[in-house]
Design a protein around this ligand. Sequence first.
Ligand code: G3P
Length: 218
Amino acid sequence: MKFFIDTANLKQIEEAQALGVLDGVTTNPSLMAKEGIKGEKNIKQHYINICNIVDGDVSAEVISTDFEGMIREGEELAALHSQIVVKVPIIKDGVKAIKYFSDKKIRTNCTLVFSAGQALLAAKAGATYVSPFIGRLDDNSTDGVQLIEQIVQMYNYYEFETQVLAASIRHTMHIIKCMEAGADVATCPLDAILGLLNHPLTDIGLAKFLADYKKVNG
Ligand code: G3P
């Protein structure tokens, strides 16, 4: 299971990279805005900065909603760095754009996926990744992890190569549940990744080991 960090914050990306377990980064226009990154030139430079920190894939989202605009933007984003994956929403022109990019060997992340039907279209169009938003489904009284299970099962059955990238992960237990469901990737906030470290018995055990060492070694 690959770990991506879901942020545009360079400090957090550096911290996750330093941990040695990071496989990539996902961003979206809201996360870029949160960091105050604005203007085409600055946004593009920010993507390059992220690519220079991590070794893996970096999702950069188009903001056009028409086919021509998505193609223009996506080609520009893909040309920025070999690690860039073009993030495209699951709308009609988005499906066409994913197919276009797939034929051109430009990798894509199909985003804003909330149903198995949308995930089917993304895979048929040749998306590299599909991003079901599990937290936002949970927010709407719908089981997000169940959607991950459904998509994993469908992709396995039909041998689609599209990787299931569980997104909108809110906490550590989401990561565990996505792992059980067979997601290929979990993109998470830093605190959810670090939350995997937590166990009171580890803290108690370590304190005892250190205290026992001190007793005899001073
Ligand atoms: O990158 C997309 C996704 O992870 C958004 O998460 O928490 O805004 O629902 P959230």
